[in-house]
Design a protein around this ligand. Sequence first.
Ligand code: KIV
Length: 299
Amino acid sequence: MSTNSKQIQQDPREKITARSLIQKKQARQKITMLTAYDYPMASLLDRSGLDVILVGDSLGMVVLGYENTLPVTMDDMLHHCKAVARGSKNCLLVGDLPFMSFQVSIEEAVRNAGRLMQEGGMGAVKLEGGRERVATIKAIVDAGIPVMGHIGLTPQSIHKFGGFKTQGKTSESAIRIIEDARMLQEAGCFAIVLESIPSQIGKLISEALQIPTIGIGAGMECDGQVLVVHDVVGMFDRFQPKFSKQYVNAFEFLGSGISQYINEVRQGVFPAAKESVFMAQDEYVEVLSKLRAEEPKNR
Ligand code: KIV
């Protein structure tokens, strides 16, 4: 082989699909899922070997600075889905249907789910809700679009719940969540996010379903776990949910680099010669002599 022929870097990982998540559950392999909202984070997560990237409507809070997820629009979602799709090769990409993009009519829900796939480059969509969403989920699945369900604490309903509160703490509400999970599986969901419910209920649902459960505050027995990536890397300091875990402190780490930059610019240390570009000396001499020739004679 000639020394300058290019080695083709082949990624040994296979593209993750909705179907491969079900196979992972059957093989008792835990599913890993995190949110991402832009190209650099998607590239990083993809290279890290993560299974699923969720472009969650949590972007409203951690990226756009809203109080909750309700103001997030289809346009916001599409903008971020496209950026994530450009950064990821192997992860299954799931796009969240934002508040009021699927509740008004089934037709609108199918159209918006289709936009996340067609324009946003997603491989599946996620929508919040239980039994009341069965007909919508069936219609989206019938259109050929894989759907991930989301029950328990569904942040788009915080006003109904009276805040970000754990759901299913009474036997009656727990049974309702278990029934919802069964109905979503029946409706055709390929996986279900279980958010902020008692661990015992997360376990019961995970054992009862053939499709995988992805927990966020739903205990250790779910088939996979999801967290908001900004919580994991310490890039959101307004609050830290009890069920999340911060593995690094990016604000501290990045902040120290930014302070160093500010100091170096103020002290005239940056840029130094190695970060600067110089022209050839003879060209520069020419510039000076041309400038001199243009100077008024009698100055
Ligand atoms: O929007 C989101 O990030 C989510 C996860 C928290 C599951 O729905």
